[in-house]
Write a protein that binds this ligand. Sequence first.
Ligand SMILES: [Zn+2]
Length: 459
Amino acid sequence: MLGFLAGKASSIVQNPAIDYKKFALGASWAIFGLESYILTRQLPCYSIPAPPAALADHIPEDTYKKSQAYGRDKTRWALFKQVYNQTLNALYIGGGAYKWVWTLTGGWMAKMGFGGDRVITHSLLYAGFFTIVSSIPSLPLSAFATFGIEEKHGFNKSTWGLWITDQLKSYAIGAVIGLPVLAAFLKIVDYAGDWFIPALMIFFLSFTFIMQLVYPIFIQPLFNKLTPLPEGELRERIEKLAGSLGFPLKHLYVIDGSKRSGHSNAYFYGLPWSKHIVIFDTLIEQSKPEEVEAVIAHELGHWKHAHPSKLMVVGQINLLITLSAFTLFIHNPAIFRSFGFSEDVAVRQQPVIIGFFLYQLIMNPLDPLISLLMNSVTRRYEYEADRFACALDPRYKALLSSSLIKLMNENLSSPHQDWLYSTYHNSHPSLLERLKAMDDYQPSEKLVVKDEIKREKDL
Ligand SMILES: [Zn+2]
């Protein structure tokens, strides 16, 4: 049955009558239309004169006005960015940039004395050049977001010097990590033959684990400083909480998030037996120790419910589907031809890198669907982590609520959200939804007792 379906799908995608370039162009415009429409639905929310009744007591008038102005500016800016990026996108696809860059970098290869059979070297040059050149037009946009919008609303703490070194560091990391990973990816597809899917899945899984080790030691310090949370009430509270749950807390850090931005947060990471909690200095400044403790209780809820591992499994399933579908396209001359590649490239060379780039363009319409699905999963996880905190300690409900309200006010998040905008964009439920869910939640006696027993056991 599966074989039959694969055969059927293969004969459809090999159909020379399909103009893949036209399809990719049409798909990019369709997504542009959809996303722009969603943004325009959110815009009127910033003209609503008062906060929702349930939050009216918690949002000072001045803060509300500021958050509406900030949201309006951000959404207008997002609309502008849509138009800008889609224009470029259409130029790349319509203007034949994919083929043009392959020919250009092929010319460089010949000048450097490399033969036409060095497909992987050529592919690295191609990907490097394409990535750098296509990222240049977005630099002014990124600078304006930081020094225009964030600055205007009082969030930007970055300087031009810091911003420029950040960009250079990002390019350097992209080259140091991205190019070897891409080379390995291409080599695996080349050598593993029919087994390239399981081989790639093992490769990417190992890569994820290695990054868990490498990122905090080598990459994060390039951007931020992590310092151990000093001894005191907050440290004691968090250590006690982590200990009571059996959380393998190795290090407890404060991150200087305030170096670049006034937004605040907390998270954990690490290997299953050795975890680190990181708290933004801004969160500590804005909240009381018991409120930060409640936020960490929520974070530990993510850990207890194994959300990061589950998301990793979802990621692997996504990878499996992506790669399985890729097998239908990888040796399909029709795609190469419709993007203007010569017969030599389309039939003989069939570079994997080009195949993968074009395949992604064709698969783009699935992106909104995948992000919708992912958002619905992560939103469920947020509710689950909130419920975990509420069940753990009856005080956490009020503390987490007040901390979330503070975060909303400090981050100037708008309390009004269009439902479609929220469904499409938000990985977290809105504050109102979370407060309501926590209010409605009554931890059953059984659950609390079960947790008590478990905690005693863990102690
Ligand atoms: Zn969360």
